[in-house]
Write a new protein. Sequence first.
Length: 182
Amino acid sequence: MCTGSSGSTYKGTLVQKIFPGQFFMAGRQGRRDKGEVKPPLKLIRNTESIESKAFLLEHSRAGVVSLPLSENDDDDDLKLNPNYHNVEFLITTGPGPCPQLDSKNIVFGTVLEGLDIVTTIAAIPTYKPSENIRQYNDFAELIGDGRAKTARAIWNKPLKTVYISDCGELKVAKPTLSPSLP
């Protein structure tokens, strides 16, 4: 996905959500014209059973890259869709660990260079509903009002457009961090 050799790429996709002090998410599956990712045609869907060894690495610091699993998605349409593929990723932004992500997302990498860019993205203001709107939304969801899910879809969206302008494989001569995963 990063190099484009699979027939699909993250280039031009949007950062969909930013959770300040925690992480941001990008690469959501969907329509290219909406800044989403069209997964490779031959990508095999993850099964619902994930081996426990996939969760050995933790979200211990800023710059950890992981794969959110579809079964943890808030959107039931995605969670239950047999054509949904896990192409979305998240990057922790710090300042500290994100233990709430452990055992729910599979860590597969770490940022070796460019943590300043991650920090810049994390600082972008996002849409935050007032407490009254949150309570109203919780009540609407409780009574089964479908508009609650639609309203929540815009929460934590960046107020500025943030997209991946280019991607690929970076050869780092002298990484500032250890090349081992966290």
